[in-house]
Design a protein around this ligand. Structure first.
Ligand code: GLA
Length: 394
């Protein structure tokens, strides 16, 4: 869908002659540092050019209307600015509603109602953070329409709160951070405990990042996700009987090995091991990327996947088939699952001239083993959530 079509849709659907402003928030991939954000560790994501467009205009009354071109069957979802409470029947619109409510609760003055049209091109259910993308694009819409000057990190934290408290998903801060602060041609190393971050140029030489979608629906993903969090929290509590640490991210590998006996449950110990070793790999990955050492960077990605497969146990047959097939291909420097796991997407660093063959082999092997096909997208990095100029479109 191009920008002109988005404008036309806005006018037809909301039956108005107002010219809306246009905004965009990307999705994200995570290069490495998985399930470390809520453990006080590091993550290394990048914003991608698949994302969510929002067209918006202020109203003169206190009505709020939402429409998604991806959910046309839901029609216009309408509510009042003075009642933005969660309502199950509002379905997807709870994300923008929640974001507006948390911005208002934080003391910002949203003075009138608003009409917002959404259109997203992030593949459905792929684990590339479409929900955080909707939250952050809504944040920027409200900030810009009402000239609010919301500190970006604060907006990111509000987005995470919406996810945790309003939607009830206990996720970490990585997705909103990557989407709120991403930078084209860069990855972002974030310390999730201090929120200090560092942009690293993503110079891939003669390689591309390929995103491979398992096309598996991520059923039960959020209950398993919450279970992993609890296991890590229990492991931390056990370690705290002797150590003065505030998160697993405070531990080096050596400190973990010397103290792991404090963790009483075997499964919790494996989960904690992943969190500590993955954090170490993520910090190391920055060093390799900065040195242009893609080969060692790729090896860390492979180790990350093995740890998520065996210690954290969040991969599953679909992701393992893709990643293991990728490892066997010539010209592949590294491959791993990305995001929460339990389905969703994998990423692989593939030589430019090997892309077609890679797709062919992975498709054949996956089809044979899993019974349906994966999808492929070449990752292009993008900037964080912002207003986009539409000069010349109308
Ligand atoms: C999901 C969550 C993130 C993060 C990843 C796993 O994407 O939203 O906060 O925990 O899983 O790294």
């Amino acid at each position: 869908m191009n920008k002109l079509e988005l404008y036309q849709n806005y006018k037809t659907i909301f039956e108005t002659n107002d010219t809306p402003r246009m905004f965009f928030a990307p999705g994200r991939i995570n290069l490495i540092g998985e399930h470390t954000d809520y453990n006080g560790g590091h993550v290394f994501p990048a914003a991608i050019s698949f994302g969510t467009y929002a067209l918006a205009h202020k109203r003169t009354d206190r009505k709020v209307r939402f429409y998604s071109l991806n959910m046309e069957e839901s029609g216009i979802i309408e509510c009042e600015l003075d009642n933005l409470a969660y309502k199950e029947s509002d379905d997807w619109a709870n994300y923008p509603k929640g974001m507006m409510q948390y911005i208002a609760k934080a003391g910002y003055d949203i003075s009138t109602g608003v009409d917002i049209l959404f259109y997203g091109n992030i593949p459905n259910g792929a684990g590339l953070s479409s929900s955080a993308s909707i939250e952050m694009v809504t944040g920027v819409v409200i900030e810009q329409l009402f000239q609010l000057k919301i500190d970006r990190v604060h907006m990111i934290q509000l987005g995470q709160k919406v996810e945790n408290q309003y939607m009830g998903v206990n996720s970490g801060i990585m997705d909103q951070f990557a989407i709120g602060k991403g930078k084209k041609d860069h990855a972002l190393l974030l310390n999730c405990q201090t929120l200090n971050y560092h942009y690293a140029p993503l110079d891939l030489q003669n390689y591309k990042i390929m995103i491979i979608n398992t096309n598996k629906r991520r059923e039960l993903a959020s209950s398993k996700y919450n279970e992993r969090r609890e296991q890590c929290e229990r492991a931390l509590t056990d370690l705290q009987t002797s150590l003065s640490i505030s998160s697993l991210g405070d531990l080096s590998k050596q400190e973990f090995e010397a103290n792991k006996h404090l963790i009483t449950n075997d499964i919790d110990r494996k989960r904690a091991k992943h969190a500590v070793y993955e954090n170490d790999r993520t910090i190391q990955a920055l060093v390799y990327l900065q040195a242009g050492d893609l080969s060692n960077f790729g090896k860390l990605m492979n180790q990350s996947h093995l740890s998520l497969q065996h210690d954290y146990e969040v991969t599953g047959e679909e992701l393992d088939t893709i990643v293991e097939t990728a490892w066997q291909q010539e010209g592949v420097l590294g491959a791993r699952m990305t995001g929460a796991g339990f389905g969703g997407c994998a990423i692989a660093i593939v030589a430019d001239n090997g892309v077609d063959r890679f797709k062919q082999v992975v498709t054949t092997t996956y089809q044979e083993k899993i019974g349906y096909q994966p999808s492929f997208y070449l990752a292009t990095t993008d900037d964080g959530a912002k207003e986009i100029t539409t000069e010349g479109v109308l």
